[in-house]
Design a protein around this ligand. Structure first.
Ligand code: CO
Length: 634
């Protein structure tokens, strides 16, 4: 009897794929007991985007969510998704944070750690896997599935064997884009079963509709565990529904043994949540299904669509979708998953908008090409590499080897706020978001919260957690998401200084931190408060009248905005703080920074000359084609 076991992803991937990860802990609590009784192999309930979204949008402590779930789930194993050295974030973190994170996650209730790296660079799994093994938990290592000339079945088997050697307790084939076709699934799972000793699990997404058949063929090939979600959170870009799989395998040698009746009761609960909160059902649109053509997951496509709309270029979506596979090939066939999907996608958008490939390259792509994310599956095209990073040497070591420990610095920087080691980890992962969350939490704990009795109501309630665990949870009427009520600009100067200090003292390659910090920094200086501690430089001011005059000269060249975005003055190469009128510029010099599509893009000059006009004010939004600079050519 080779009964198939099932992991339920409803509380992590299910709502992450369909509901923007917005299910609150209070939505989960009423159904936990029933979930625990089903007989699932495991429940995936934590990690991925859930951590970030908890503190950023839901005003929830992710650690408290984990403890809350663990208190009720006593029979079933709890599972989380770890993005390798990026943990639950978008950039690599130093080893000290990775170790602490895994230890604390285990302490708070995680049994199975599913660990993957976007590039299948196994060095990025080392620290997490070793830590999981040391604390005696289950290390499930992922083989990220994708289609490319280098990703053969043999390649996946070799990867799995290496992961097994590294101590993997099981292997998961992670097909995040729903590309795994049923018959390939059969061959792949069979090859893995023949070569690998540890259990094999399959994680796929429904999207184009292959998933059910893919799971069934995997069952025939001997897969041990498969991932599904409760039907209100299944289909579309999520997992296939558990109910269908259970029925399909009933009375076969792979019978799951799960009760459909009990599963439907759980589905009813989630369906109520869905209706009440207006969450979407999982559906497949034509654009989603086109993943078969270009491998771009549906969620990513809607992202590009809004980016292009912002750039008034929505009609160029097809060009972008054609450009993505080309960029992917140039950059070594990285699977399209967080964060590589965003990197490659954004570069494709920029290539299309600018009409010249790699004319502008975001810092993140430069880092990627330098090897800061790890080693791509295939070598990066030499010519493209040179175009992107010139002669800058490529990092050959494991990227995290270059990161200084930050635990002590993080502890110091958030000592006013942190109530636990978990808080310090939260801070180390998402410094700014964490500070805002801690501040909100502090303000909440001093507020007088009116108590609402009903626990049955499914309303979008925020559950107040007190330091005293014995106290009954208080229900509070819905509050506005903090993200709406409070932006970066609201940070006071002390908070900014503290962040800047932390940044200066550490060598952390935290792109998000650096980026946001830069943004705040510029915004603050633009605000030009007289009380600011340092002499605040005067940023270049618009000179429209003057500009109109100098344009009469035919040696004057205009530098236009290549995309819609926000203009930031670039630091000057000489002693002045910013590039200004009268500055000499050389080819390749950065004139300004244009924030577009959440990226900081340097706008450079192709020629030498003298700046005779700057037509935009610092932090001002600019339109596509708007004149930014007037430069008198030599
Ligand atoms: Co997934």
């Amino acid at each position: 009897m080779s009964r198939i076991r099932i992991t339920d992803t409803s509380l992590r991937d299910g709502h992450q794929s369909l509901w923007a990860t917005r299910m609150a802990t209070s939505d989960m609590i009423p159904v936990l007991k029933q979930l625990d009784e089903i007989g699932y192999h495991s429940l995936e309930i934590w990690g991925g985007a859930t951590f970030d979204v908890c503190i950023r949008y839901l005003n929830e402590d992710p650690w408290e969510r984990l403890r809350e779930i663990r208190r009720t789930i006593v029979k079933t194993k709890l599972q989380m998704l770890v993005r390798g050295q990026s943990l639950v974030g978008y950039t690599h973190y130093p080893d000290d944070i990775a170790i602490k994170f895994i230890e604390k996650a285990a302490e708070n209730g995680i049994d199975i750690f599913r660990i993957f790296d976007a590039l299948n660079d196994l060095r990025n799994l080392e620290t997490c896997m070793r830590t999981v093994k040391e604390i005696g938990k289950h290390a499930q290592a992922c083989v990220v599935y994708t289609i490319s000339p280098v990703h053969s079945i043999q390649h996946f088997v070799d990867t799995a064997l290496r992961l097994q050697d590294m101590g993997a307790d099981s292997i998961c084939v992670k097909d995040m884009a729903g590309l795994l076709a049923p018959y390939i699934s059969y061959d792949l799972i069979r090859a893995l079963k023949e070569n690998v000793d540890v259990p094999i699990q399959l994680h796929t997404h429904y999207i184009g509709g292959l998933a059910i058949a893919t799971h069934l063929k995997a069952a025939e090939a001997g897969v041990d565990i498969i991932d599904t979600a409760s039907v209100p959170m299944a289909f579309g870009s999520s997992q296939p529904p558990v109910e269908t799989i259970v029925r399909a395998l009933q009375d076969t040698e792979w019978d799951t043994g799960l009760s459909l009746h009990d599963l439907f009761e759980i589905a009813e609960h989630f369906e109520q949540i869905r209706k009440h909160k207006g969450f979407e059902r999982g559906v497949t649109r034509i654009t989603d299904m086109k993943v078969f053509e270009h491998q771009v997951p549906g969620g990513m496509i809607s992202n590009f669509y809004s980016q292009l709309e912002e750039q008034k270029a929505a009609h160029r979506l097809d060009e972008v979708l054609q450009e993505i596979p080309r960029v992917r090939a140039d950059l070594g066939y990285a699977p399209l998953v967080t964060p590589t999907s965003q990197l490659i996608g954004n570069q494709a958008v920029i290539n299309v908008l600018l009409g010249e490939r790699y004319k502008m390259v975001p810092g993140e792509i430069k880092e990627y090409v330098r090897g800061c994310y790890g080693k791509p599956p295939a070598p990066i095209d030499e010519e493209i590499r040179r175009k992107i990073i010139g002669d800058t040497p490529v990092i050959e070591v494991r990227p995290a080897d270059l990161l200084e420990p930050i635990w002590e610095k993080a502890r110091e920087a958030c000592k006013e706020w942190a109530e636990s080691e978990e808080d310090i980890i939260t801070y180390a992962l998402f410094p700014q978001v964490a500070l805002k969350f801690f501040e909100w939490r502090k303000s909440r704990s001093t507020e007088d919260v009116p108590q609402i009795q009903s626990n049955e109501e499914l309303g979008p309630t925020v559950v107040e957690r007190k330091a005293n665990p014995a106290a009954p949870p208080k229900m509070k009427p819905p509050t506005k998401p903090r993200a709406v009520s409070r932006g970066d600009e609201d940070m006071n100067i002390d908070e900014i200084r503290e962040l800047m200090l932390l940044l200066d003292q550490s060598n952390i390659a935290d792109l998000e931190l650096q980026k946001n910090d830069f943004r705040i920094h510029l915004r603050k200086y633009a605000a030009d408060t007289p009380t600011a501690p340092n002499p605040v430089p005067n940023v270049p001011q618009a000179q429209p009248a003057e500009a109109a005059e100098v344009m009469l000269d035919e040696n004057i060249t205009e530098v236009l905005a290549p995309m819609v975005g926000t203009f930031y003055a670039a630091p000057s190469p000489d002693s002045d703080p910013y590039v200004k009128i009268g500055d000499r510029v050389e080819p390749g010099q950065t004139l300004c920074i244009l924030e577009a599509m959440k990226l900081m893009n340097e706008i450079k000059t192709d020629f030498s000359g003298t700046i005779v006009g700057i037509l935009v004010e610092n932090t001002q939004p600019v339109e596509y084609g708007q004149t930014l600079f007037l430069i008198k050519k030599d």
